[in-house]
Write a protein that binds this ligand. Structure first.
Ligand code: BES
Ligand code: MN
Ligand code: ZN
Length: 498
């Protein structure tokens, strides 16, 4: 899909659909009023007749209105004006995108919320349009036989700007939003694939394909022998029960001078988590194909950053493996030596995420990173704590944690700070090794992060537990693409700060 900012002071562009907003009291901003003036005040009349109340998220399609250069006008409710801001705006755009994609319109012009009184800068306003419209157009790659549903007609979206200067910042917002949605779609596709297709080997192949597709990206995929040579005993313990060989995927993007320390993103890439010998209950086991969502999201973020050619250096590390029971599988009570030299007693083979991540964190040190963020569907406890709304955020660095939190707010992909500390680490005490890999049910998300923190000493490190946010169950089961927006916003912010 194509997104373009245009200067359209008369609000009278030729299009298949003009999208305008109306508050619940019938008020419209300047651009919307102009569109309405061309069609004889039809929108205002409809509101006066009480056929459209302007409730936030309501839409009404006006077909072929006389006087308009747009073949359709889509009226979008913005709710009460005094409450209007980023969140209601997002909801209005979402409703507009949904309605628009159901029409036969191949192109549209957005005149939404151009009101200068609204506390939304043009960059953000534009970014939200491209991000949401592109995300709404995403379709799950299904393997259903029979005729495929027709893809949406919509190909091009223009956003009206007041003047050329505003159009320029809006264009940047549109480009960023579209690239974010592209990265999220890449991530969602990977996570939605069945685990017999999306294996560690497959993830490696897709990463190598990214290196071909993108400029300034270099990818290396390490196999079992090389992982052994690195002495990643914790990672290997998880992989040893599976017929599928593990992969350590290392991607480097150089967007600025080589002396600048990179940000390092690490993804948990368990392509299927059966629990291993500590086998999970069958009912929801199928959902554990999403256990590589962290990996998918860091690869998606890399794709976005490289498409935008952001002036940052980025390293992406994915520890990819299956977690399976078998005669060769790791057993509860096995003790392994991690790459850091610290030993771990594996009391529960289902706490495998932290085992692959701890070695990836140690590996990241060779890049002398400015910051390390690991992203993982790590604990069911985090889902209990935060539900599906916010990701868990733990960090040993105040500044980094605040930056990540702020990025989540701006991108509407929020994370909530949770504690790590000695009291949680104490739950991991073992009589036989440096630590156990589990610390009981209480505070499970925090003890998991406390475990990781033992490998992040001296690093500026943060952990995102996305177990609740990476996918949704129920009728619309599938990957959400989170936290690609958060990660990309964080990196855009860093690129700006330079
Ligand atoms: N991949 C799971 C975490 C998970 C659970 C994600 C439910 C999404 C939904 C992880 O590997 C796991 O099994 N964690 C265990 C840890 C426990 C054994 C300490 C858990 O959360 O039950
Ligand atoms: Mn597990
Ligand atoms: Zn897992």
């Amino acid at each position: 899909m194509e997104f373009k900012a245009i200067v359209d002071p008369r609000a009278h562009s030729v299009s298949a659909c003009a999208v305008i907003g109306m508050y619940d009291d019938g008020l419209m901003d300047d651009a919307a009023r102009r569109v309405d003036a061309h069609i004889g005040g039809l929108a205002a009349k409809i509101h006066a007749a009480r056929d459209f109340a302007g409730k936030l998220g309501d839409t009404l399609l006006l077909a072929q209105p006389a006087g308009s250069k747009a073949r359709r006008v889509l009226l979008v409710g913005q709710g009460p004006k005094r409450k209007f801001g980023r969140k209601p705006y997002r909801k209005a755009v979402q409703a507009a995108a949904q309605a628009l994609l159901k029409t036969g319109a191949a192109d549209a012009v957005f005149y939404l919320a151009s009101d200068p009184e609204i506390d939304l800068d043009p960059y953000t306003r534009a970014r939200i349009v491209s991000e949401i419209v592109a995300a709404q157009a995403y379709r799950v790659p299904d393997l259903k036989s029979g005729p495929k549903p027709k893809p949406p007609r919509l190909q091009s979206v223009r956003v009206a700007a007041a003047d050329a200067r505003v159009a320029k910042t809006m264009q940047q917002g549109l480009d960023h939003g579209a690239a974010m949605a592209g990265g999220a779609a890449f991530s969602r596709d990977l996570a939605n694939l069945p685990p017999n297709v999306c294996t560690p080997t497959y993830l490696g192949t897709r990463a190598l394909a990214l290196a071909k597709e993108l400029k300034r990206v270099k990818v290396r995929v390490l196999g079992e022998r090389q992982i052994k040579a690195l002495k990643m005993g914790a990672f290997l313990a998880v992989a040893q029960g599976s017929a599928e060989p593990p992969r350590l995927i290392v991607c480097e993007y150089h967007g600025t001078d080589r002396k600048t320390a990179p940000v390092c993103l690490i993804g948990k890439g368990i392509t299927f988590d059966s629990g291993g010998i500590s086998l999970k209950d069958p009912p929801a086991m199928d959902e554990m194909k999403f256990d590589m969502s962290g990996a998918a999201s860091v690869l998606g973020a890399l794709r976005t950053v490289a498409l935008l050619q952001l002036p940052v250096n980025l390293v992406v590390i994915v520890a990819a493996s299956e977690n399976m029971p078998s005669g060769t599988a790791v057993k509860p009570a096995d003790i392994v030596t991690s790459m850091s030299g610290q030993t771990v007693e594996i009391l529960n083979t289902d706490a495998e995420g932290r085992l692959v991540l701890c070695d990836a964190i140690t590996y990241s040190r060779r890049f002398k990173p400015a910051a390390v963020i690991d992203v993982a569907t790590l604990t069911g406890a985090c889902v209990i704590a935060l539900g599906n709304h916010l990701s868990g955020l733990m960090s040993n660095d105040e500044t980094l944690a605040q930056q990540i939190e702020a990025a989540g707010v701006r991108a509407d992909d929020r994370a909530w700070r949770m504690p790590i500390g000695e009291e949680y680490a104490d739950q991991l005490k073992s009589n036989f090794a440096d630590f156990a890999n589990v610390g009981g049910r209480e505070g499970g998300a925090c003890t998991a992060a406390a475990f990781l923190s033992k490998f992040a000493d001296g690093l500026h490190w943060a952990h995102l537990d996305i177990a609740g946010t990476a996918w949704l169950g129920g009728a619309h089961k599938g990957s959400t693409g989170r936290p690609v927006p958060l990660l990309v916003d964080f990196l855009i912010d860093r690129a700006r700060a330079k």
